[in-house]
Design a protein around this ligand. Sequence first.
Ligand code: HEM
Length: 577
Amino acid sequence: MIDLTRILLSTNITTYHSTPQLLSPASSSSSSHQSSLSSSFQEREREREREREMMGLIHILLSTITKFTTYHSTAPLCGIFLVFFTSITAFFLISIIIRRRNWQNAPPGPLGWPIIGYLPYLSERLHEDLFNLSKTYGPFFSLRMGQKPTIVVSSPEVAREMLKHKEGSFSSRTITEAVRCIAYDGTTLVFAPYSERWRLLRKILTTELFSSRAIDLLQPARQQQVHGLLKSFYTCSKSKTPVNIAESTFVVSTNLISNLVCSKSLFDNLELKEMVRDVFEAVAIPNLADLIPFLKILDPQGLKKRVSKVAQKMDNFFEKLIDERLEEKKKGIQINKNERLDLLDVFLDYKNKGKDECLKQFSRIDIKGMLVDMFMAGSDTTSSTIEWGMAEILKKPEVHRKILVEFEQVIGKNRFIEEADIHKLTYFQAAVKEIFRLHPAAPLLVPRRSNEACEVYGYHVPKHTIVFVNVWGIARDPKLWPEPLEFKPERFLESKMDVKGQDFEILPFGTGRRSCVGLPLGLRMVQYSLASLLHAFEWDFPIDTLEDMTEKVGITLQKAKVLIGIPKPRLLDSIYL
Ligand code: HEM
């Protein structure tokens, strides 16, 4: 049955293969509106054509069954075959009747099955599957993920149209069952629908925690964490103990986030590290119940149960953290010696006097939600980018050499790199952009959702459609990036392109009002940690782990073969001590 399904579907796909792409990347909005209408007509024609082909196939199938049953009319197996083939035929017939389009006036895209939609053809490497489909259906296509209408964006032009010109319609998030458990029913900043409340949360974070002044005030904590890492690697180098780059930088990132939120380095504690890992693992598993809503009540993979358990643990931990801070406040203990405020200070003391604000003060749930967001959004993203960066740079000796020459010219070997040096490292900064291009931590962004029904290029997009912006695919499009799979920092030396959300060819932090609020911190952490590791040590990783760039899909896109190696100091011993 599966084979037959595949045969029938491949008939569809071949028909599409021969069709021209829907949108040429250069098409302007108004002309594309007209052309999209005519291509919508062609699309319907193609669909009728496909239906005719399907009917032909079913006709053949039915006549085969008739011949078979006439010939073997007395065989006992015959009845079983008859029932079996009739069921299949009925299934296809019903499917054809139901599977007209993904929805009325939908953008082009592959047809799926009733209920399960296109799911049987998708793997866990969704970004790659969608990238491949975009080669057939163009940069703006539709499909059904289970029962959920889905739009996939695969070019800078379409990304600009959706996330800039029609930003108001695509500023909410897709929320999964796991997210509901972890992120307090999806009310946290990352997942809250675009609303007054979201605007207030975002404004407070931007002004109080991620302003340039606040980021500068956090610099001593970053320095302490990174120097601590270099010193511990030095000790490992002396005892020839291998170090794991992703794991060590994960501790640095999470400790930094915990300094941001409560001015403590919580992640030296193994239990907490494991708890966060458990949360990440549970949240990253795709859940059928998210896409086929009637399965929700059954929780067929037991994921809701699993996530609820880890979410409860995390909640207890955050409760204690808040209690501790309230106790310290009562006793008049001042946590920060400099003028820096951490997230708990800001949110516990927040009292809004303005009449028009939607929140007068924050509840415990609001505050715990902010803590979840910071740890989920800020830790793995940073550490996995650093690991990819090490692999890409060390795999290319000429790039590595150029980076070291620049370090020599700007810093020398008599001290560690400092954050203030980074802006002088032109080639290294270009290399970091190239890392973000090839390895965006969130290849489909944090999936967006349409907050309302709307029209894009003359097509209908229903309310609550899942929107995947395939930034991974856009950054590998040979029309935009010559030799897209090559790691070439040079491409950024001559160009003004940046990763901050203005250039739609490279969007590792997203763009617009829902872009990454932690960008100033994330970018600095990646640049500073990576530069420090390359400047302070020579690295010797097994060639196969370095060469193998297979991706592992988790909460972020990670390197499947982790980098584990023994560092060799490049600087004078006294600098590490
Ligand atoms: C290399 C580091 C990072 C990368 C690649 C990254 C990437 C992203 C992306 C792609 C989004 C979704 C953007 C969109 O939909 O347009 C996002 C959102 C977000 N990020 Fe980051 N991020 C990083 C670091 C951080 C850090 C350090 C924090 C905070 C400590 C953070 C907090 C957030 C939050 C709160 C949102 C949700 C914003 C909203 O919905 O309004 N991120 N990030």
